[in-house]
Ligand binder design. Structure first.
Ligand code: NAP
Ligand code: ZN
Ligand code: ZN
Length: 346
């Protein structure tokens, strides 16, 4: 199947128009027209090789919302015309302990990334969602509730699930004091989900102009992090802190704000290690944890939750030729709060 998209040819090149082929439908495949593809900061990290060597040419994009145009002979999960979403991975080994639990994001044999990855044949480059269409195994796609706008849904497939999953895993609920660090694409979804789960939500941000937006999204408190003394004063104030910051951060200052038995979940992936003093962990039996997207079943659960609670991402819809500028603005924390590319513009 012919496909048009945007690709980077190397870690120093910009995104440029790119034509390529997607596979013909296998029995369990579905084809879709992409309506919107979100720009995740992980796309930028990988294009720029901030996590190590990448596979080029790279068509980034793992926040995909669209409409089914064709189905393979064995597909019963979808029909033509269905609204469909695809996230960060498109296959996994399906046999390891994690996969058997529906936690394909932690596949012990490595899942197949939506891009910057080789298909399970070990040689075909996976091309992502910055393109007009896609072919995917139906087992790795999800249904999108009919009441939600597709532009606002696309970012749920990565940013949404990445915050929903740890909030559920660490049992955020009424009475839980949750801190969200960084009000970007991930962070703003964290605010919406934590509020919908009944938690008391504090946003930590280094951007003073985001305060009114944070409160409008439902945050109870907004803390500007520019002055380190502010964080010291908040020692032992939170049960659960989710760090979504894409840059290096003084993680110990955030650990210190956890109360007894509190957990700080690392979600942002700046590429350089954090430095953590042991004392801050011992002093209140604190935990430092990590979390990575969510499995297929949980992505569906999250989207259904969004349908019920009318939750979508706040997006700026752009045309494909604006993507390089959108990258610069994302790195500068200048997006409200996720760029999504109009699939018709490729
Ligand atoms: P984003 O939209 O760029 O948001 C990151 C936010 O971090 C910014 O909005 C900003 O918030 C804050 N920030 C950025 N630079 C900063 C700096 N120098 N100092 C302090 N704060 C800074 O990025 P995103 O798409 O949400 O992704 C965030 C991170 O999560 C990335 O590293 C990405 O790779 C990672 N990620 C992880 C997973 C996972 O499964 N764990 C999934 C997706 C993405 P304020 O302006 O409010 O300070
Ligand atoms: Zn992502
Ligand atoms: Zn597996």
């Amino acid at each position: 199947m012919k496909s048009r998209g945007l690709a980077a040819q190397s870690s120093t090149s910009s995104l440029e128009p790119f034509e390529f082929e997607r596979r013909e439908l296998r029995p369990n495949d579905v084809a879709l027209d992409i309506a919107y593809a979100g720009i995740c900061h992980s796309d930028i990290h990988q294009v720029r090789e901030e996590w190590g060597p990448s596979i080029f040419p790279m068509v980034p994009g793992h926040e995909i919302a669209g409409t089914v145009t064709a189905i393979g002979s064995a597909v019963s999960k979808f029909k033509v015309g269905d609204r469909i979403g695809i996230g960060v991975f498109i296959d996994s080994c399906r046999t390891c302990a994690s996969c058997k639990k529906g936690l394909e994001q932690y596949c012990e044999n490595g899942n197949t990334g939506t891009y910057n990855s080789l298909e399970r044949d070990g040689k075909t480059i996976a091309f992502g969602g910055y393109s007009n269409n896609f072919v995917v195994d139906a087992d790795f796609a999800v249904h999108i509730p009919n009441n939600l706008d597709l532009a606002g849904v696309a970012p749920l497939l990565c940013a949404g699930i990445t915050l929903y999953s740890p909030l559920k895993h660490w049992n955020a609920k009424s009475g839980t004091r949750v801190g969200i660090v960084g009000l970007g694409g991930l962070g703003h979804m964290g605010v919406k989900f934590a509020k919908a789960l009944g938690a008391e939500v504090t946003v930590f941000s280094h951007s003073s102009q985001k305060e009114s937006d944070a409160l409008a999204m439902g945050a109870d408190h907004f803390i500007l992090t520019r002055d380190p003394a502010t964080l010291k004063d908040l020692s032992r104030s939170y049960d659960l802190i989710l760090n979504t910051v894409s840059a290096e951060l003084d993680i110990s200052a955030y650990l210190n704000m956890l109360s007894l038995d509190g957990t700080l979940v690392v979600i942002g992936l700046p590429g350089k290690p954090y430095s953590v003093g042991a004392g801050v962990l011992l002093g209140a039996r604190r935990s430092l944890a990590g979390s990575q997207v969510g499995g297929v079943a949980e992505i569906q659960e999250m989207l259904d939750f969004c349908g019920v609670h009318n939750i979508v991402s706040d997006v700026e819809v752009i045309q494909a030729d604006y993507a390089n500028t959108a990258y610069e603005r994302t790195v500068a924390s200048d997006v409200k709060y996720r760029f999504v590319i109009d699939g018709a513009s490729f």
